[in-house]
Design a protein around this ligand. Sequence first.
Ligand code: DNO
Length: 396
Amino acid sequence: MEFTWRWFGKNDKITLSMLRQIGVEGIVTALHDVPLGEVWTRESIRDLKEYIEAAGLRWSVVESLPVTETIKYGGPDRDEQIAIYTQSLRNLAAEGIHIVCYNFMPVLDWARTDLLHPNPDGTFNLYFSYSEFAYFDIYILKRPGAREEWAQFRLPEGVGEGRDILAEVEALRQTMTPEGEHRLVDNIIVKTQGFVSGNIREDDEHPLELFRQLLSKYEGIDKAQLRANMKYFLEAIMPVCEECDMKMCVHPDDPPIPVLGLPRIVRTAEDIRWFLQAVPNPHNGLTFCAGSLSAGAQNDVVAMAREFAVRTHFVHLRSCHIFPNGDFTEASHLGGRAHVVELCRIFEATNPALPMRVDHGKTMLGDDTRGYNAGYSFLGRMYALAQVQGVLAALR
Ligand code: DNO
C-alpha cells in the first residue's frame, strides 16, 4: 500500500516537509476553501498539486469532494449540483488525480461525543457515548420524536444488553451544566464538521438552528429513498468516471448507526454489497474505513475486507474498541476489533499500490496544545503510521 496522510492544505499546522520526514509518500487533501456546491477549477487544483509536488510528494486522493445535501435528499436542484460535481471530477482527472473519496451521510459527517477522552496511560482518544448522544438529541437539539425513538433503540446483538439509555439520559440531566451542554454541541456538530467541509463551520453563530433546518430537509426520506438517491447520483456520474478513469470511493457511515432520525446506508456488509451491486461499475468503489466499520458491533471487519478488497480504492486504517455497554473508543492501531495486521495482509496482497492513510490518532505528548483538528493529531498519527509501516515491512 502507498503511505498517504490527510493534510488540510496550505494552512495546516502540519507542513509537507514534516510529512516527508516521516515517510509519507502521497497526500490526501481537498480544496477546503471552495464553498460547498461550487466547481473545483483546473487552476486551483493545479495550484495545490504543484505546491504538493514542490515538496517532493504527490496528491494521491481527494478527500472529500463533498456531495451536497440536495443530491442526498433529492432536491429540485440536484441535477444542477450533479453537473457541477461531474465538472469537478473532469477537472481533477485532467490534472492527473483519479481517486475521490466522498460520503453519503445526511447532514452530519462523522460524530463523537468526546474529542479528548483521557486514557489511563496519559494519552487521549475520541469517544462515543450513546447516552450523551441521546441527551444531545432529546434535550439540546429537542428533535420531535427523539425520546420515543431512543425508547425503541436497540444496540446490535451482543452489546448493551439490558441498557436503559433513557434512564441514563435522565441521570445525566441531574448533573449537566450549561458548559457541559455547550461542549456536547461543539463536539457533536461543530468541531468535527467544519474542517472536513461539513455543513457547520466553527464561526457559524447559530449551529443548532442551521442543523435543524438541514434535518427538516430529510422529512419523509427513509432508507429506501436515500438508497434510490445514491443510486441516482452514481448512475449519473459513472459515464464521466469511465471516460476519465475516476475511481469513486464512498466512506462508510461513522458511527455505523442511524442517527438523529436520519437513515444511514453505508453501515454493514449488506449495505456495501447493495451499492456495489446496484451500480456494478468498477469505478464505483469503497473507502475501506476500518475504524468506522469496527465501531459497529455487527461488522466482522476482516471478513468485510476479504469480500470488498477488489472494489476498495482507498483504505483508512484505525481500530475501535467497543465496551460491553456498546459505547466505543478508538483503540491503538494495533489493538481493538479491526485487526489492522490482517487488513494490511489482505489489502497489500490485493493491490500493493492501494493508497492507505492512518486515520485519527491518539492525542499524545503535547498534541493537545497545538490546535490540531479533532482526531488529526501529529504525534499520535505519526506513531500509528510508524506502526503500520513496521507491519508492512514485516509482511513484505
Ligand atoms: C473523519 C473522516 C470523514 C471523511 C468523510 C469522507 O475523520 O473520516 O470526515 O473524510 O466522511 O467524505
